[in-house]
Design a protein. Structure first.
Length: 107
């Protein structure tokens, strides 16, 4: 273990979307609405992911373009990802866009 180990943050990409609950074979009268609970979990997860994106990437807009380029980001990409609908994971789509731009540069 290195001296920098405590400073590392957990990888947020490993956090996966909530999976739907298994459907029971029979329903009891006092059973909670599983579909509703799953939908609420998913909405909460999407909200948290967008909040994490804003906390991590929006402060980068205060930097100049050369510094953003050194960090392998572009201002227009960050602004584009911030306007995506809540259902899309902004960090993952930003990563895909960055990878496709990098692949196009190699050609």
């Amino acid at each position: 273990m290195s001296q920098y180990e405590p400073l590392r943050q957990p990888n947020s990409v490993a956090e996966k979307r909530p999976t739907p609950p298994p459907q029971p074979d029979f329903f009891m009268p006092a059973m909670p609405p599983l579909g509703l609970i799953h939908k609420l979990e998913t909405k909460w997860w999407e909200y948290r992911r967008r909040r994490q994106f804003r906390q991590r990437f929006m402060p980068l807009l205060a930097k100049d373009d050369h510094m953003l380029e050194d960090m392998n980001h572009r201002r227009d990409d960050i602004l584009w990802a911030s306007r995506l609908p809540l259902k899309e994971d902004a960090e993952q789509t930003l990563e895909k866009r960055r990878a496709s731009r990098k692949a196009a540069q190699r050609r």
